[in-house]
Structure formats: C-alpha cells, structure tokens
Design a protein around this ligand. Structure first.
Ligand code: NAP
Length: 243
C-alpha cells in the first residue's frame, strides 16, 4: 500500500539511500534538512523537501502536520563527516542531544499529526558487557563513564521515547557501523558492520511490516544476533541499491 512518509534526516548518509527506495516502493516522501541548499538534492532524489531544525518544535509540528504522514522515519544523527576523531568529543554531546530532545520533538509532532508508525535509527554497540552475541533483550550500558555514557544514555532516551508513545507503533533499528557510499568508509568496519544500502532497506521493511519493538541490523558477526530482523522483517545484509 502506498503511504505518506515523513523522513527526518533525509539528507544524511542513510536518508539519501532511503529516499529512492521508498519512492520505488510507491510511497510519497516528505524529507527534511536544515540547509536550504540541500533542498534541490532531496527533490532530485524524489522527496518533497522541507527545511526544518528538530530543535524548533513549533515549526517541526507544523511541518509534520502539513505532510499528513502515516509513517514517520527518524534517521537523524549529528556527527562529523567520516567520524573525524578530532571532532568527536563535541559531536558526542550534540548527537546525544538530537537523540533526546530531537526525538522528543519529533514524537510529539508525529502524535499531533496522527501518524500510525515511527521507525527510528539507533545503534547496535550500546550493549553492556556480557555474553555475546547480544540479542535485543540484553541491557544497554547506561552507566558507562565518559563519552560512551553520554552516547548510551542518549540512545536509551531515544529508544524509550520511540517505544513508549502510544498509539504510535514504535520500531527501533539498532544499526551496526555503516560503510558504503556517503559514509566515509569504503569497507566494513567495527564489530557489527552494515552496508548503508542494507541499513536503508531495513527501514523500508520496518515501514511495511514487522511488529513494534527493537531489531538488531548488521552483517553476520559474533557481537550481535540479527535473527529477529531476518525472521520478522525479512532483512538481508546483502541488499544493495542498483548502481
Ligand atoms: N550506524 C552508523 O554507523 C552511523 C549512522 C549514522 C551516521 N554515521 C556516520 O556519521 C557520519 C555523518 O553521517 P551523516 O552525514 O548521515 O550524518 P549527519 O550529517 O549527522 O546527518 C544526518 C541527518 O540528520 C540531520 N540533522 C542533524 N541534526 C539535525 C537537526 N538539529 N535538525 C534537523 N536535522 C538534523 C541532517 O540534516 P542536515 O541536512 O540539516 O545536516 C541529516 O539529514 C558519517 O561518517 C556516517 O557514516 C554512522
């Protein structure tokens, strides 16, 4: 069924791969950026662009209401290109803020607009130390110190908000470390690598099927299990957009 979709973060690494996928599946996409100059890029990809900052709650509320979405997708991060190590200290706090405050504003706008489902990007490397591979029920390391603690508590705030805002059907995609076009990494990296096209495809699958809840999304690895996503969403880490 063709759906109206509000994609927050359409201009990001995952968002830019997701817009064409959603369009090919027959959906209508309203996609966000804060940067007016990126609006034409979004239009060329097939989205109707809207320029809005997630921290501007009132404008966001109006933008989501005007889009009349059945589904809202959250692909927001605030990270430096290529995860530049010299900028990660400051970026960690900004990224946690968008996960907490940005998600809060987006959820409120989604509820106000009467959206049915919310699909949100999270990360798959926030688990507390314990037996591996981790499944979705394993605890997050919310008491971690330093930068990791800031990140994990931001993730927990995002996930709690997405999963506990009835009547929204909340789906959390815990992505592994992405690689591929636009990510700054040409080859797999990290404990649970994930190609950006497979990440985007998982979001399309979550829009169209799957029960509310949490799904680990990555290539086969020893750190996390992705059995649930493969079984319930039909996720395949081999998915690629045509060149
Ligand atoms: N799981 C993973 O491994 C993972 C996931 C995501 C990103 N990354 C990495 O992070 C780096 C940057 O990635 P990226 O370019 O996708 O991320 P990004 O530049 O941080 O942007 C992601 C999206 O969020 C939007 N955004 C950020 N803050 C916002 C705000 N306050 N209000 C509204 N929109 C906001 C951006 O919109 P604007 O157009 O307004 O900037 C963009 O659409 C890359 O190296 C990428 O590989 C890794």
């Amino acid at each position: 069924m063709a759906l109206r979709i509000f994609l927050a973060g359409a201009s990001g690494a995952i968002g830019r791969r997701l817009v064409p996928l959603l369009r090919r599946a027959g959906h209508t996409v309203v996609g966000t950026t804060r940067v007016p100059e990126k609006a034409e890029t979004l239009r060329a990809l097939g989205a109707e662009p809207v320029v809005v900052d997630m921290f501007d709650a009132e404008t966001l509320m109006r933008a989501v209401a005007a889009a009349r979405p059945a589904v809202v997708i959250h692909q927001l991060t605030d990270l430096p290109p290529g995860l530049d190590p010299s900028r990660m200290e400051e970026a960690t706090a900004r990224n946690a803020r968008i996960r907490d405050e940005g998600t809060r504003n987006l959820v409120r706008a989604a509820l106000g607009a009467g959206a049915r489902r919310l699909v949100a990007q999270s990360i798959a490397w926030a688990y507390a130390p314990g037996p591996e591979p981790h499944s979705e029920e394993d605890p997050l390391e919310v008491n971690a110190e330093g930068r990791r603690g800031v990140t994990v508590r931001g993730v927990a705030a995002l996930e709690n908000r997405v999963l506990n805002s009835p009547p929204l059907e909340g789906i959390v995609l815990r992505y592994g470390q992405i690689h591929g076009p636009g990510t700054g990494a040409d080859t797999p990296r990290g404990a649970a690598p994930l190609h950006v096209d497979a990440a985007a495809h998982a979001a399309l699958l979550a829009v169209e099927r799957g029960a509310p809840g949490i799904y680990n999304i990555a290539e086969p690895n020893g750190y996390i299990t992705t059995d649930k996503a493969r079984r319930e969403l039909g996720f395949s880490a081999d998915f690629r957009l045509p060149a």
